[in-house]
Design a protein around this ligand. Structure first.
Ligand code: GMT
Length: 365
């Protein structure tokens, strides 16, 4: 395939969609494509020495507006920069408002690919304020992709599109077991249970603390909650109320989550909605089995050989699954399998090839 000039659009913050977009951009650029990453700030996961060029989306503000007009600013930036940079194709991540903004800025006929990530379909996408323009933009695109089969089906119902399923990737050279770091987070003989997210209500972080409170009287364990967000105060309150505060560590977000994940014994995810679960995949690549709620695309990722699935809200079941895995005679084998599975099924090279195939089709080649 000839080297392409690609524009990727992403949210730069802590969300999984921004991470997926940034890492894809970096890999494509390392393969020799010319890649421009459009975002309001430099994405925090973009390595300093990355060959990806970061293009800031300006957000001019005039008092006449009720707030910054991100959609229009992005449309204008894409229109201007696509011409200046001679872009072959633009690939947006997270449909709201990126699908409509790119459609507005680049118009019908310009090769556009949109990747759907989760709440852009299930929550924001269903908001009457956003649904119409997003549906029109998605239907006009050369291609849409979804990060799981569950999400693709939901997108078909919501927007009448048939996305290609491309699961997310994980870099096994970055996410690998680091048992030697466990002592940094635990005391002698403690199991290390880790959760990582942006602590939004949808992640049910307080539920993780509640399940942990059922586990702690039975085994010596520590819960490390990596990240920050709106539910942090509630999670702290629950830990205090249930008397497990001394064994719950709140760790601020880090550009190197692999250093924490690689030290864990188990990864916990109690979300009420999750189209994929990028952090769980990163944990698997680190050789860390996962206990998760069976929602959205999570069952496509967490197979019985690498973890346990529990019904949403079943805190007894969640605690039981943690205890079962910690006592499992095959836990070391399961750890090896988790890493092999992540490497085989979600290797960046494999996933990047799938995106390039979508680009080829979108370009009509
Ligand atoms: O859709 C969202 O809630 C935001 C998005 C994000 O930017 O964090 O998360 C989604 O995309 C991730 C990357 O593809 C997935 O790993 C997450 O499962 C998904 N979150 C939800 O579906 C809640």
């Amino acid at each position: 395939m000839r080297p392409l000039r690609l524009g990727l659009v992403a949210y730069p913050g802590l969300g999984g969609s921004g991470i997926v977009a940034t890492e894809l951009a970096h890999r494509l650029a390392r393969m020799g494509h010319q890649v421009y990453l459009f975002a309001t700030e430099r994405p925090f996961r973009l390595p300093k020495d990355s060959p990806v060029a970061f293009i800031p989306v300006d957000l001019p503000f005039y008092p006449v507006f009720p707030g910054p007009l991100y959609t229009l600013s992005l449309a204008g930036t894409l229109e201007r920069e696509a011409k200046r940079l001679g872009l072959d194709l633009v690939h947006t991540h997270y449909a709201i408002p990126h699908a409509a903004a790119s459609y507005l800025g680049l118009g019908e006929g310009f090769p556009l690919v949109h990747t759907l990530h989760g709440t852009d379909v299930s929550v924001l996408g269903m908001d009457p304020a956003f649904h119409g323009p997003t549906r029109r933009a998605l239907q006009a695109a050369q291609a849409t992709t979804a990060v799981s089969l569950a999400l693709a089906k939901e997108a078909e119902r919501a927007f009448g599109v048939k996305p290609t399923v491309i699961h997310n990737a994980v870099d096994p050279e970055r996410f690998y077991p680091r048992p030697e770091r466990k002592g940094l987070y635990t005391e002698e003989g403690e199991w290390l249970l880790v959760h990582a997210s942006n602590f939004r209500p949808i992640k049910r972080v307080p539920d993780i603390v509640r399940a942990f409170a059922k586990v702690r009287p039975k085994v010596k364990a520590r819960l490390l909650l990596l990240g920050k967000g709106p539910e942090e105060a509630e999670a702290r309150r629950v830990a205090r109320e249930l008397g497990v505060e001394p064994w719950v560590t709140f760790h601020p977000p880090t550009p190197h989550p692999e250093e924490v994940l690689g030290a864990a014994d188990l990864f916990l995810l109690a979300s009420e909605e999750e189209s994929f679960g990028q952090a769980a995949l990163e944990a698997l690549a680190c050789g860390v089995p996962v206990v998760a709620t069976a929602v959205g695309g999570v069952p496509e990722l967490v197979r019985p050989e690498v973890g346990r699935l529990v019904e949403l809200g079943d805190l007894e079941g969640f605690a039981a699954a943690i205890l079962e895995l910690l006592a499992h005679p095959e836990l070391p084998k399961m750890r090896r399998r988790a890493r092999e599975y992540a490497q085989e099924r979600f290797h960046p090279e494999r996933i990047t090839r799938q995106y390039l195939e979508v680009y080829e089709k979108a370009l009509g080649s």
